[in-house]
Design a protein around this ligand. Structure first.
Ligand code: UD1
Length: 417
């Protein structure tokens, strides 16, 4: 079993390029099956979730290979429309294949995604949108079976701006007959990136980034090439690390507008942050201050995916910071682990109260989920002494060689058996 061994209290210095976004590349890999030719995806991070998505493509009869930072997918010979349980389980967001498989083959059979570390992950909004587009859906023995001899564009309203449901609807609507208007759509940057990919396939999709998305169903082009946007959650994680370690780092290949709420919060905590068009510099010195309540919300609100890392930063701030997690029911599992390092955190339902301490102390801890694991790295960089983080498979789902990236900035971190 591998662990990350971190000796804390090192300042970070220097410049680092942020890799492509996991939450962008996964739906785009699913979307690539709409094309019956070759998709070249650039800036594709090396993550276990990307490997899992590529495995699903292989099962479906598509061919995919990695060349450096690019993944090349050929979907010409797609021959199946099912995803078995073991592949579904490997990647929580595999439900994103549903709309694409249905659109391409008229039928999709997926095992139910079930719950995850963050609590139940229902798919009712996905299914009701696909029904409105004309799919017949049944649930048999833990499987979702969708059939549609013809998908028809329509006007549909999501009852919550779910990211996954918005993406599934866009993918199904891309090959439907006629136009679809999705209202109360999610506005996340990754939706905009999916729109750009679909545009490169010749699909007329507009409005991503707003709550209303228009999709004009069409026959798509067979080939496309796309560069995945940079990962705003990874950028935010490194900013949290720089803030807590009183450091001075530059991040390159970022889109600062995509994580403006995180930047604003870190500035309120006392960090100096200068943003350029595709880079930023964050400087932190002196003790951070507690800030007004941090409430997670759909984009452009504060991202649920950065709540754990900012909580790790707040453990060192003077005063009490209140967090309110509004997106997921069970997203405080990292709290117990942060407490092992000496953090002072109380939780009650969706609320967590973090009272800053002057020091954390290294200890053995476990990554409970992807971003919870990232929070432990942030806390360990601040802690006095050595922290060993286990259960790294969670972290490897979303961070491409995080230890090397942090080492290049001067952190004392190694992966050891
Ligand atoms: C969520 C985040 C997204 C993040 C991703 C990865 C939000 C709004 N979404 O997207 O930014 O990148 O996790 O961690 O912050 N829900 C239903 N029924 C459905 C679909 C969703 O009840 O059919 C509920 C979920 O249980 C959850 C909420 O809606 O409480 C958000 O879900 P959704 O946006 O779909 O989650 P993800 O797509 O996973």
């Amino acid at each position: 079993m591998s662990v990350l061994r971190i000796n804390g209290e090192r300042e970070l210095r220097g410049s680092m390029r942020v890799h492509g976004a996991k939450n962008s590349v996964l739906p785009i890999i699913a979307a690539s099956i709409l094309a019956s030719g070759e998709t070249v995806l650039h800036n594709c991070p090396n993550l276990s979730d990307v490997d899992a998505a590529v495995k699903i493509l292989g099962h479906l009869g598509c061919v995919a290979r990695r060349e450096g930072e690019s993944v090349i997918i050929n979907s010409a010979k797609m021959s199946r429309c099912d995803i078995p349980h073991d592949l579904m389980r490997e990647m929580r967001s595999s439900v994103i294949f549903l709309g694409a498989i249905l659109a391409r083959t008229g039928e999709a059979k997926l095992s139910m995604p079930g719950g995850c570390e963050l609590g139940p992950r229902p798919v009712d909004i996905h299914l009701s949108a696909l029904r409105e587009l004309g799919a017949e859906i049944s649930e048999e023995g833990g499987n979702i079976i969708c059939r549609a001899s013809k998908l028809r564009g329509c006007r549909l309203n999501l009852n919550f701006p779910s990211v996954g449901a918005t993406e599934n609807t866009m993918l199904a609507a891309a090959l439907a007959e006629g136009s679809t208007i999705i209202t109360n759509a999610a506005r996340e940057p990754e939706i905009w990136d999916l729109q750009r990919y679909l545009n490169s396939l010749g699909v007329d999709v507009r409005g991503a980034g707003t709550s209303t998305i228009f999709v004009e169903g069409t026959r798509v082009k067979s080939d496309a090439s796309h560069r995945v946007i940079s990962d705003r959650i990874v950028a935010s994680t490194f900013m949290a690390a720089a803030a807590v370690t009183r450091s001075d780092i530059e991040l390159t290949d970022v889109i600062p507008a995509h994580f403006a709420t995180v930047t604003k919060t870190l500035r309120e905590m006392g960090c100096r942050i200068e943003t350029g068009s595709d880079n930023l510099r964050i400087r932190s010195n002196g003790r951070l201050k507690a800030v007004r309540p941090i409430m997670t919300e759909p984009y452009p609100g504060f991202p649920t995916d950065v709540q754990p890392q900012l909580m790790a930063t707040a453990t060192s701030a003077e005063g009490t910071t209140v967090f309110v997690e509004n997106i997921f029911d069970n997203r405080y599992r990292h709290v117990e682990e942060l407490r092992r390092l000496g953090a002072d955190i109380e939780t009650a339902g969706r609320v967590a109260m973090v009272t800053g301490v002057k020091k954390l102390h290294g200890a053995p801890v476990k990554a409970t989920d992807l971003r919870g694991g990232a929070a432990l790295i942030v806390a360990a960089l601040f802690a006095e002494g050595t922290t060993e983080i286990s259960e790294l498979s969670h972290i490897d789902r979303g961070y491409d060689n995080i230890e090397q990236a942090l080492r290049s900035l001067g952190a004392d971190i190694v992966r050891a058996d």
